[in-house]
Design a protein around this ligand. Structure first.
Ligand code: ZN
Ligand code: ZN
Length: 395
């Protein structure tokens, strides 16, 4: 197993930048260190500093390895905002990209971020430096064949997110985004917890697509961050009968803590007989693990007219017994991206207090030089909840 290499540990930290009098750590919500805020909302950027400043970033260097490197703080255009990343969650997609070596060497991953506006382009109106924000996804076009069928989540004209693209990654201190797409983090919600917005929006979309009602008996296969969030969202929707199937004991315990009625090991789920439901079948199943065996077992557990939603991606496809799907009139569907309303409902749900944020997010945040080792721990099932990365480097 490759270990992360800290190539350059000497970097300007926020605390060091205090010498410039730009950041008040005690205030806790002061803007980034590198830029002078102008009067009111009119941000004046000290461009000289930008081009020469470096930031730490966790860079994928190929062969399943990540190095912390010092990269230039990215430049931004007139309609853009420079964001100081507060926290960025590690997603299952990041695990696939790094550990299965799909990522493009030189890229910075991480897309589940929340942060603070550090600088604004001249045409970026309506925002002020220091505002706490997340980025709303690009809405559907409303005219393509997917949007016309009410599925803007797969709008044909939406540019697919390039997760290998450095400029989008947030396992680093600064990133540039279109200011018009920013959403303000509600007052009652911490910036750290707001980094859960993207996966929460996915969980909401997943549950909405499946038209789950409180009377449903729901199976969630996979008790990692996606399965836990899905469980918590189901619970917030009034669903009471939720069983989580998960091999790791720590994740089973966490699943019950976030709202599952019970949690079982995968081998506790029965095999179905041909054309018949199991003894206690489920009306809806969410496959959140990405494992073929879990999907095949979830299909076995489905009732007549039951629905299986594929949420977790994986490299080996499951075998589907089409005869069973036919005679039991089951529905198999995928859930990807977000509802047409974007991230606002997820932010509101997170701020509402209805989700157990302390259980959904791991208590200990990690630094950039710990990303790779933590990815291996997540893959091993050692960490149930979402792990947040802060753009710091261990001393
Ligand atoms: Zn993600
Ligand atoms: Zn469209």
């Amino acid at each position: 197993m490759s270990q992360p290499v800290v190539r350059e540990t000497k970097h300007r930290t926020s605390a060091q930048s205090d010498a410039r009098g730009l950041r008040d750590e005690a205030a806790g919500s002061a803007p980034a260190a590198l830029f002078f805020p102008g009067p009111c909302c009119q941000a004046q950027v000290v461009r000289n500093d930008v081009s020469t400043e470096l930031m730490p970033a966790a860079v994928y260097v190929g062969d399943g390895a990540i190095e912390v490197q010092q990269l230039p703080v990215p430049d931004f255009g007139p309609a853009e905002a420079l964001i100081e990343v507060s926290h960025c969650g590690i997603c299952g997609t990041d695990l696939h990209l790094v550990l299965e070596r799909y990522a493009r060497p030189g890229s910075v991953l991480g897309h589940e971020w929340a942060g603070t506006i550090a600088a604004l382009g001249a045409d970026a109106s309506g925002w002020e430096i220091g505002a706490r924000v997340v980025l709303d996804p690009t809405p559907g076009c409303g005219r393509c064949r997917a949007c016309k069928r009410g599925r803007s989540s797969v709008c044909v004209r939406r540019k697919p997110p390039d997760l290998l693209d450095f400029s989008r990654g947030a396992f680093c201190r600064y990133k540039v985004v279109p200011a018009a797409q920013l959403l303000r983090v509600p007052d009652g919600l911490s910036t750290r917890a707001a980094a859960l917005t993207e996966p929460t929006a996915i969980a909401l979309h997943t549950v909405n697509l499946a038209h789950v009602s409180p009377d449903d008996r729901v199976l969630v296969t996979g008790g990692g961050p996606v399965g836990l969030l899905t469980t918590a969202v189901l619970r917030s929707r009034g669903v009471r009968d939720i069983v989580v199937s998960e091999p790791a004991a720590a994740r089973r315990r966490r699943a019950v803590a976030v709202g599952a009625t019970s949690a079982v090991a995968p081998d506790e789920l029965p095999r179905a007989q041909m054309g018949r439901p199991v003894d206690a079948p489920f009306t809806v199943a969410f496959e959140c693990s990405g494992h073929a065996a879990a999907a095949e077992s979830a299909l076995d557990q489905l009732d007549y007219a039951g629905t299986l939603v594929f949420v977790g991606t994986g490299s080996a496809p499951p075998r589907v017994n089409h005869n069973r799907v036919i005679v039991m009139e089951q529905t198999l569907m995928g859930a990807y991206n977000y509802d047409a309303e974007g991230f606002r409902p997820a932010l509101e749900l997170l701020a509402s207090g209805a989700l157990p944020l302390d259980l959904l997010i791991e208590p200990v945040d990690i630094r950039l030089d710990e990303v790779l080792a933590t990815m291996h721990r997540l893959t091993a099932g050692e960490l149930p909840g979402k792990v947040m990365v802060t753009p710091e480097v261990s001393a």
